[in-house]
Design a protein around this ligand. Structure first.
Ligand code: ATP
Ligand code: MG
Length: 457
């Protein structure tokens, strides 16, 4: 077992010196046993929160009351927080969201029994060792997420645990133990009643794990319970020679594809875009006379649906806007030539000011993952997209302007060189200059643009 960080041991030791019992618990213990130290440290203790606060303050430790109704105070040692919570059990969950009461108890085992999964229900103390009444260490070895106690009851108490199970399975690369899996599917419908932002945070965590493809393939019912807009994707035959899979499997492949894209670690906006890029396909479907499927306007409609979904889940507005821009433009035809690449960057810049260049790489990554996830015939386009990423890099390095404001000439130059009065005509001239620069008909040096203005007089 790695050593418990000394800042957290100051909290444990101060409480024990005052005659109480304290353990490190939850995520730190789990991750440390997996050889991944670095998780924030939570402490569970026998003292009531008022006493915890008093003892820690007397030891010269800063304390904040961060959740005293649940027995939680946060100690801050060397600038690092240690959440410190009194042993507790939870009463009934009559609304299936919040425990009706929390009851403080004196036995750490009772506290461990209220926790969600065996791998999260272990306590550790450097002198007393590991306390693991539910086989968490065994389950870490087996690589399984298993509910503590009777799974059905545990998910009925708090439906968010359904998504937490999937998130931990994704994060740790584990599978879900069969009885837990059965209960999870039976209770997924209860996610509907959960606070939207808690659902949003768990889904964001599943995407951040980089294993959304696994979640879509193995836990589609849970994903569709959390985001009902995903449901029509399963089994939806696209009737297209370019698509070898239904929309759900295609989406899983795109999610896996963006994880190994060329831009390094994908942004969360790109991950959300991968998940939702084809969300409107089933709604925009029509068949032509030869029986081939078409999806007129699905990227634009998909961006609209994504805005609705991500807004409902209370995800950050800037991330939502970026995901929408990527979804909206994911079918934009691009070629690895400068003009095409600049046009793509300027469209992204218009949608998300200040982010056009960064988003261009994300869009190339999304388009490549999308092409590779289609039928084998589309692989050639994926190769072109590799060249596209290099082209975007070159354009960014060359400092090509993407908006009128970034042009090295402005309204004053137009008025002076063209002898115009101030007014809307000035803006039109600048728009035309930008269009010529983006198309590669003009360079973007100030002298060249001034000369162009003089010539057009
Ligand atoms: P991470 O914060 O890295 O996602 P964690 O294990 O610290 O992982 P938290 O959500 O911070 O998870 O919760 C801390 C601990 O509290 C968990 O390890 C678990 O023991 C317990 N816990 C948290 N949420 C629940 C819940 N909804 N039901 C039961 N126990 C929970
Ligand atoms: Mg935590």
């Amino acid at each position: 077992m790695p050593e418990v960080p000394s800042y957290a041991m100051r909290v444990v030791d101060a409480l024990e010196a005052a005659g109480h019992e304290a353990w490190v618990v939850g995520g730190w213990v789990r991750d440390a046993l997996m050889g991944r130290p670095g998780h924030d440290v939570d402490v569970t203790c026998s003292s009531p929160w008022e006493e915890t606060e008093r003892v820690l303050r007397a030891a010269g430790i800063e304390v904040h009351q961060t959740g005293v109704a649940h027995g939680t105070v946060t100690a801050v040692v060397d600038g690092l927080p240690v959440e410190t919570t009194t042993y507790r059990v939870e009463g009934a969950y009559s609304d299936r969201r919040h425990p009706d009461e929390v009851r403080f108890v004196t036995d750490v085992r009772q506290d461990l029994a209220r926790r969600d999964f065996t791998v999260n229900a272990m306590a550790y103390h450097p002198r007393r060792g590991l306390l693991d009444p539910f086989g968490g260490e065994r389950d870490l070895g087996l690589g399984v997420i298993r509910a503590v106690g009777e799974p059905r009851r545990r998910f009925e108490e708090d439906a968010l645990r359904v998504l937490r199970a999937v998130r931990f399975a994704c994060r740790l690369g584990f599978s879900i133990e069969p009885a837990t899996q059965e209960a999870l599917v039976a209770c997924a419908g209860e996610l509907d009643a959960m606070a939207r932002e808690r659902v949003g945070a768990e889904l964001d965590g599943i995407l951040a794990s980089g294993r959304m493809a696994w979640a879509l393939r193995h836990e589609f019912a849970v994903m569709a319970a959390a985001v009902p807009e995903l449901a029509p994707m399963a089994g939806f035959d696209q009737r297209s020679p370019y698509h070898a899979y239904d929309v759900a499997e295609h989406t899983a492949r795109v999610c896996a594809g963006v994880e190994c894209a060329c831009g390094g670690r994908p942004s969360q906006a790109l991950r959300w875009a991968a998940l939702l890029h084809d969300v409107a396909k089933p709604a925009c479907f029509s068949l032509d006379a030869s029986g081939r499927g078409h999806f007129f306007g699905h990227p634009e409609e998909g961006a609209r649906v994504a805005g609705r979904v991500m807004g409902r889940l209370a995800l950050p507005k800037s991330m939502t806007r970026e995901a929408q821009a990527l979804i909206c433009l994911h079918d934009l035809p691009v070629r690895p030539v400068a003009a095409s690449c600049r046009r793509m960057m300027s469209l992204l810049e218009a949608a998300c000011p200040g982010r056009g260049r960064a988003l261009a790489f994300a869009l190339v990554d999304l388009k490549r993952a999308d092409a590779l996830a289609k039928a084998p015939a589309c692989r050639g386009y994926a190769v072109e997209l590799d060249a596209m990423a290099a082209r975007v890099r070159a354009e960014v390095a060359a400092g090509c302007p993407l908006t009128v404001r970034e042009l090295p000439v402005g309204g004053d130059d137009v008025i002076r060189e063209r002898g115009l009065e101030p007014g809307p005509g000035v803006g039109l001239v600048l728009d035309a200059l930008l269009a010529a620069v983006l198309a590669g008909e003009l360079g973007h040096g100030r002298e060249e643009l001034l000369a162009e203005l003089r010539m057009g007089e």
